[in-house]
Write a new protein. Sequence first.
Length: 406
Amino acid sequence: MTLALYGGAPVRTSPWPAWPPPLDGAQRERVTAVLDSGLWGATQGGSACAELAGAFARRSGAEHAVTVGNATLGLFAALRGLGVGPGDEVIVPAYTFVASATAVLLAGATPVIADVDADDLHLSADTVRAALTPRTAAIMPVHLAGSPADMDPLTELATRHGLAVIEDAAQAHGATYRDRPVGGLGDAGVYSFQASKAMTAGEGGLIVCRDQAVHDAVWSVCNLGRDPGGAWYGHPSVGWNLRLTEIQAALLLPWLDRLDAEIDRRNAFCAALERELSAIPAPPGREGAGEPGERAGPGGFRPVTVVPRPAGTTRDSRHLLMLRLHVPVDRSFLLEAMAAEGVPLDGGYPPLGTMTALTGAGARPEPCPAAEAAAREVVWVRQSMLMDDPAGAACVAEALAKVLTG
Ligand SMILES: Cc1ncc(COP(=O)(O)O)c(C=O)c1O
């Protein structure tokens, strides 16, 4: 079969679902009500931001929440609210979005870039232990791709060393770890509502926390150093205006009613794709159990497997699906050939430690062979594709088989 890149027929010609999906009636009603009220800002007496904060606090079992302009600022506010700043080190995973580390820089602290688990690609207690120093003040597990990090060993380690735990839950709305919602497992958890996320208002973020004092400190950072309930021109601390607007909260509130159904839909697609991938044959001469050191799929060597979830995942919100390639392939060729087949994939993150902007700004990378391997071997299926009918999973597998083994 000729690759579409070389003039053959593409595997898929129909469009994938759009993300974000079209506004639903409930969103239109909510947004119109806010627009008609004239109370667009969060400080004018409207109720949407407060309702969103309350709903997230309840859902995450964290009791308190603060809405914020985006998750980068949310991570910054959480760090500052927890007293992390200059002279402190914060351990972040090497395989994550750059904002996990730049939020630490914004707080004046040093990001220490630790490797991830070689299989599930999340921060693990082992990789954190290797990066600890007497200056470590906090750790930032990232619930990557919607799969929760294995939190119990991480929080145990943090407790033993007196470290704060800030969960970067930017990609994991609705995910659970051992049946507990992410975000409420550490000292603070931060969600993103940026355009690619599972709930979006174009931009936006939200911080949840369990402790009233942490809430008040984080709220103050986001509200120009005021105390909650304090005087408008009273600024006992240094803070900034990092607020979300009422219009954004109005877009997000109705999403909470459909989030679980959308997660189910993405999980159904992922399950179908995993089945389809297990049927892709090994390339000629590679039908055995794989070369030493290769991670063979169940039932023998498979050219592509789904990156496994960390232990303890009870609900994966499937922000995206990470696939590991076990056959050598030129990545830019693969991405180009897949796009030509009508199945565009993402190449994923470069390891944070290779970003000279970060190291130039003082970030300290640990050796990160697992993140480096991920940058070579892992590709992503985007959220918009996961929202397709599960039958669409066959196109992804067919295009991969065509490009990898054809
Ligand atoms: C893991 C992770 N952390 C932080 C962020 C930053 O979120 P935001 O774009 O809302 O600032 C993102 C997403 O963009 C992310 O994926």
